[in-house]
Design a protein. Structure first.
Length: 352
């Protein structure tokens, strides 16, 4: 499925998405909501990167800013070698077929006045010059691909279940043969039994079409199933990024540890011994984040430096990135692949 030697398809560097806060009669800007604050990561061809975090942390905003559905405040996003942020409107239009999005709420993202055939065919109308017969054949092929009955082509979205509506959204995203798809919580509004069907469909499509996904979700169990690597987001920043198995087996950042400790264990015996890490306090406002580390006000391992200096997001072990003062001294040791010094081991154990 994912081959680490493949080239990067999506490169995000220093991405910021601030929403202005205005006040007064003249609506002067008095501050910013820092929804996405200096985010950097890479997604390789054929890979699924899971982006997780609690509600309001900026996951969906990050996904939309990458595709330039929002105009980012700062940063660079390169998709297949082209800078999306710096691209002109004409260049961006030419790039749209390569990058698509599956939205969270299938009911809200589908036009209720359009039939299924019209919804799936709309990208073809905009970006191709296919004849009417060729277009209909393509629509039927897409419906077959996502498991929708061709007889439903002239029905409207309200006539379908939530899972079927999400399949319509996926078919629309696939219409122009994209390379990269942002899946913005595509299963959040669905029943549990339907969630598995949609995720399995996404995996099958990835295998057959060579797709690359940014899979945004707060469902840690589902991310564990579908993702190759996982990025953990807190208050607009990525605090940890690592291969899936490594991050679930040995979370390094205190926030990741707390997040994963909340995931129920299917084994009753393992569930009994599960240690919950309960965080105190509320998530700070993104309009007024704390000084130093964003997580310092709730972190059970916060030190004096955490309240003063913002930690750097850096690689501390091969393929493992973390933004935490607990591990900053070990960052230079990542150069020796597979090797951990005694100091590194001790630091990681303290972090656990």
């Amino acid at each position: 499925m994912f081959d680490a030697v493949q080239k990067p398809l999506v490169e995000v560097a220093g991405l910021k998405m601030y929403f202005p806060i205005t006040a007064g009669v003249f609506r002067r800007q008095v501050g910013n909501v820092k929804a996405v604050d200096n985010v950097s990561f890479t997604i390789f061809e054929g890979e699924t990167l899971g982006l997780v975090g609690e509600s309001g942390c900026g996951k969906s905003t990050c996904g939309r800013a990458i595709l330039r559905l929002y105009e980012p405040t700062a940063g660079a996003v390169r998709i297949d070698g082209t800078d999306v942020i710096a691209a002109s409107s004409d260049t961006l239009r030419q790039m749209r077929p390569k990058m698509q999005m599956v939205f969270q709420d299938p009911q809200a993202s589908l036009n209720p006045r359009m039939t299924v055939a019209a919804i799936i065919g709309e990208p073809l109308d905009e970006h191709t010059k296919l004849s009417k017969a060729e277009k209909l054949a393509k629509i039927y092929a897409l419906m077959d691909q996502v498991g929708l009955n061709r007889d439903f082509a002239n029905r409207y979205p309200h006539e379908f279940s939530g899972g079927q509506r999400q399949r319509i959204g996926i078919a629309r995203a696939l219409a122009l043969n994209p390379k990269f798809i942002v899946c913005d919580e595509p299963i959040a509004a669905l029943d549990v039994s339907i969630q598995a069907q949609v995720v399995n469909l996404l995996e099958e499509l990835q295998d057959s079409l060579g797709l690359t996904y940014l899979f945004i979700s707060h469902d840690l169990s589902m991310v564990r199933h579908i993702a190759d690597r996982v990025a953990v987001m807190y208050l607009g920043q990525i605090v940890e990024l690592a291969p899936r198995d490594a991050i679930y087996a040995e979370p390094l950042h205190p926030y990741t540890q707390a997040l994963l400790s909340a995931v129920p264990e299917p084994d009753p015996e393992a569930e009994k011994s599960r240690r919950r890490i309960v965080l105190t306090g509320d998530v700070p406002s993104p309009a007024n984040p704390p000084k130093g580390c964003n997580f310092c006000t709730r972190c059970p391992k916060a030190m004096a430096i955490c309240h003063e200096t913002e930690p750097q997001f850096r690689e501390i072990l091969p393929g493992r990135f973390v933004s935490c003062h607990l591990y900053e001294q070990t960052a230079g040791e990542a150069a020796a692949p597979g090797a951990r010094s005694e100091h590194t081991e001790k630091t990681i154990q303290q972090g656990e």
